[in-house]
Design a protein around this ligand. Sequence first.
Ligand SMILES: [Cu+2]
Length: 336
Amino acid sequence: MRALASRASFLAATLLMACSHEQSALAPDGGTARAIYQLFWFFTGVCMAVWLVVMAFMLAAIFRWRGSSPDPMLEPEDASERRISWVVGAGVALTVLILTIFTFASFLTNKSFAEPRPRSVTIKITGHQWWWQVNYEAHRADQTFETANEIHIPVGQPVKLDFESPDVIHSFWVPSLSGKQDLIPGRYTTLTIEADKAGIYRGQCAEFCGIQHAHMAMYVVAQASGEFAQWRAQQLQSATPPHTDQLRRGQQVFQASACAMCHSISGTNAGGRVGPDLTHFGSRMSIASGTAPNTLGNLTGWIADPQRMKPYTRMPSVALTGPDLIAVSQYLESLK
Ligand SMILES: [Cu+2]
């Protein structure tokens, strides 16, 4: 049974990988990530060239040393003295020139990030220990909705992210799409991301934020604009009402136990604001910020003992009977 479950989750992970992109700043797929990638290779290339030149000079010095007996330092020859000061002078000038070019190149790259661009979607992202709250903003309140740990964006369109943190400093980093941006308590920060290709991009918190910092990942799902509109329309809906006795039982368990104090499910009386919104939990890929793939088995394990899967997570274990545990898990998975 256990082997089967682990094989199933391995399969799910493999499927996830199949359509996902490598999490790497060296595999850029969007505007600012590409600029950072080019800057990186420019710096690396120039530094490599400098290193090669230095090594060449060193080897030349080793092979040309003739072991002359009278110490040359004691009897400096005018000509060699002049040559040495010329070489040192040129070395200093070249170093200053290269550093100036580097400073200028990184200034220009940074400046290009700040250029205002029309952005079709604005998303507010709140970092919590240790998960991401995601709110899609709109001019009309009935067009806004909340989700967690998974951000859908339309391909080829700049998307504005506004950041907030109520607890400690986090850092939002999806290496293939952009550089890092810190989320600082009491301060407003923002970032524009853009994906050139459809696909799933993994990112994670890049600023140590407590014991489960490593389990604070997120996925950016870049979709063609039609698919994105469809996803958005579905997220705007209230939760699917339970349509079997078993699912109804799951909903009752959820509403009658501590779950509803911390989680919201729109269209029900669960309105807690402590943990992730679960209105469309069944449509998400992962549980607890990328800690495990979202399968019924993993979910049951999570609800039964969240502290085992993610020690010190802010979700406590809630005592449920076996049948209640299964019913509530099935209910949450039905919330597509
Ligand atoms: Cu964090």
